[in-house]
Design a protein around this ligand. Sequence first.
Ligand code: ZN
Length: 263
Amino acid sequence: MMKCSIFNPLASKPDRIIMLLAIIFFSILCVVISCYFFITSNKNGLSFKSGENTLLVIAHPDDESMFFAPTILHCTSIKGHRLALLCLSIGDYYGKGEERKEELLTACNVLGISSESVVLINDKDLPDNPNGVWSSKIIGRHIVRALSQYDIHRLITFDERGVSGHSNHIDIHKAVKALVANGALSGKEVLYLQTVNVVMKYLSFLSAVLMSNQRCACISSVNRWCLAMTALGKHSSQMNWYRELYKVFSTYLIINIFSLKRH
Ligand SMILES: [Zn+2]
């Protein structure tokens, strides 16, 4: 039987085009994966140290796994570095808040955050609602309490576009800016997770390679990427076909890029 090959002069034209495209695709894939392994073994732009305490502020249970997993796994891998998580709502928009509380603790366990380092707020003035407005004053009060509870050196949260554009994320950013303005974060580092455009958001490893030259980049190894996917999967009340695709293709599960401010 005649084999179909790009080098076979008897192969039909469509067969040769398909073979050529397949070779190009796998070559690009090999280059991307090789670059990725080179980068993850050589670069981490975050200079977190042992003895420091970091506070991650999020709006909903699952934000930690969906957006911040590379940074969380970096923090929790540093011996003597404490990462505390402040989640400002139980995520009750669809009435699943009680379920989501448990899911958050389970996901945090996968990511290496102990339950003593998780503060989950259930405040009627901070309802999970994409159309709602969260008061900077109320958010600020919860953040200031957590800063003192865990003796925090560094705060991490969303940038002005809220990563997914959710208004609760954006309101946290505004509240942190207000704290910066009134001096409540004096002497602390603040890192804002940069929102990437929709194309880069789903290019996964390719985005990691393309964005790895950024100064404050935190890139996960394959092992940590697998842990991030496992943690996201623990939010089972939120899983659907879109989340399954997100788990595999999202750039945020592999790389976090920050803008850093020292106050
Ligand atoms: Zn959220």
